[in-house]
Structure formats: C-alpha cells, structure tokens
Design a protein. Structure first.
Length: 160
C-alpha cells in the first residue's frame, strides 16, 4: 500500500513537473532523445494489453485479471514491460526538461517501479507457482535488451 502511494506521488509528480517545466528553447537534440525514449515506453506500455487479451483468459474482465501465465509476445523478452515503460518515461522526461525536480522525481519513481516488480513477483509466484519460477529463470525482469539477445524465440521467420 505504501509503495503504491509513493509510486503514484513520484511518477505522477514527475509527469506534472515535466509538463510545467518543459523548456522548448533547450537543446533540440536532447529533447528529441527524450521524446524517442517516451515513444519507446509507449510500446512497452501497450503491447502487454494485447498479449493479455489474446492469451490471458480474461473473458469480459480487465486484462489485469489474467488466469494464465502469459509468456509470449512482449513477455518473452521482459517480465514487467509496463513497469519498464514507466522507467523509460522516468528516463525520457528529464531529457525534455533538464530540471533538477524532474530528475529527482524520475529517480525516485524508477526506484518505486523496481521495488514494485518484487511485490508483483511474489504475487505471481503464489498465483502460478513453478511455471512462474521457470519463467523467471528464462526472461529478465526489466532488461529487454538482454531478453532479446537471450530469447529462444526467433525475432523473424526465415525466408524459404
């Protein structure tokens, strides 16, 4: 409960601060990198919804209510893609503003996202048991680059 409150305050605070502290006259290269990172975060934020809807056995309910371990799609590369999306926003927003408050809130929020992955891991172990433990051994928590490199799933189909 406390972690959820702290996460909401830091993540929400960073977004609000970034909105008000946006500096359009700053380095366009730095700002563009910030927007690229935030765009990538959107991919990691939305792809899990589609994975849960197609594989999570949630007929008529929220995708959060999945009853099946989803380990395909984006989940074959990273265990917590939506938390990763949040961390990427925490990284991208400071590039856009370059303000100490946005940087501080981003660091605190990223720590909260990481902390919440441990809480969710415990819940998933209780819910899915050994299947989740096996999944933990195969797929990184947040490092999607390592997940892509070490994945057993092909990223493309060979041309015949």
């Amino acid at each position: 409960m406390l972690s959820s409150i702290l996460w909401t305050l830091t993540a929400g605070g960073q977004v609000v601060a970034a909105w008000f502290l946006y500096n359009p006259t700053a380095s366009s290269v730095r700002i563009n990198w910030g927007w690229v990172i935030i765009f990538i975060s959107g991919i990691f934020g939305w792809l899990p919804i589609f994975a849960f809807r197609s594989k999570g056995r949630i007929q008529g309910r929220s995708y959060i209510d999945t009853t099946a371990l989803v380990d395909t799609g984006i989940y074959q590369f990273v265990r917590h893609p939506q938390y990763l999306a949040g961390v990427l926003i925490n990284i991208g927003a400071p590039f856009i503003t370059w303000h100490w408050l946005v940087i501080l809130l981003g660091v605190l929020s990223a720590i909260m996202y990481y902390w919440n992955t441990f809480i969710e891991e415990e819940q998933n172990l209780e819910k899915f048991g050994g299947a989740y433990r096996n999944y933990q051994q195969r797929v990184p928590r947040l490092n999607f680059l390592l997940g892509i490199v070490s994945s057993e799933a092909p990223l493309h189909r060979p041309i015949h």
